[in-house]
Design a protein around this ligand. Structure first.
Ligand code: COA
Length: 160
């Protein structure tokens, strides 16, 4: 059985909800490759390299995590990594439609790629990277919602 899973996303920046999902993935798979999409359409606050750096720091104490940038189609990346499984988080019903669309399109693109959905801890169920940036941008406290290594980077970016 192939025990590598890909956890893709924009991660601008990584949140504790993402880290929670990575940990849940590691309970099932031997290796979780966190794959950072550049996502230029989202006009990210952090460069892909910075996002990778933050995830590496945030998961330094976890065994079996790899972090990298991927370009192009997710299914091509999954097959190139010989993984076969994509992990996605389902936080609320509102996530479902988009996730279903993506999972079915990915299945159409490759029948060799399966999507596994996991629920993050409820304490992070309302988090998105956009909400974090919005709150941090107005000087709000995001301690406990993002890994500690993300805080100084947000402060620097927002001129604190
Ligand atoms: N905890 C906290 N927040 C979470 C979360 C969790 N467990 N899971 C998702 N989110 C948030 C993200 O922070 C993100 O917030 P944002 O919109 O404010 O940035 C949002 O929910 C969902 O985005 P994310 O998980 O980053 O995924 P995405 O939708 O940006 O990325 C890709 C989707 C990159 C996987 C997808 O676009 C892709 O595969 N691209 C490659 C091209 C391709 O193959 N396209 C065809 C796909 S059908």
């Amino acid at each position: 059985m192939n025990k590598t899973a890909i956890y893709p996303g924009t991660f601008d920046p990584v949140t504790n909800g993402h880290v929670d999902l990575i940990k849940r993935g590691l309970a099932i798979f031997d290796r979780v490759i966190v794959s950072v999409a550049p996502s230029p359409k989202k006009a990210p606050l952090f460069s892909a390299a910075e996002r990778v750096e933050m995830i590496i720091e945030a998961t330094a104490d976890l065994k079996g995590v790899e972090v990298e940038v991927f370009e192009g189609l997710l299914v091509d990346h999954v097959l190139a990594k010989d993984a076969g499984v994509v992990i996605r988080g389902l936080r609320a019903v509102s996530d479902f439609e988009y996730e279903l669309q993506m999972a079915l399109m990915n299945r159409r693109l490759s029948s060799k790629v399966e999507t596994v959905f996991m629920m993050p801890s409820e304490e992070y169920s309302y988090l998105t990277s956009t909400v974090i940036k919005e709150v941090a941008g107005y000087g709000g406290d995001v301690v406990g919602l993002v890994p500690d290594c993300v805080i100084p980077r947000l402060e620097k970016r927002f001129g604190k």
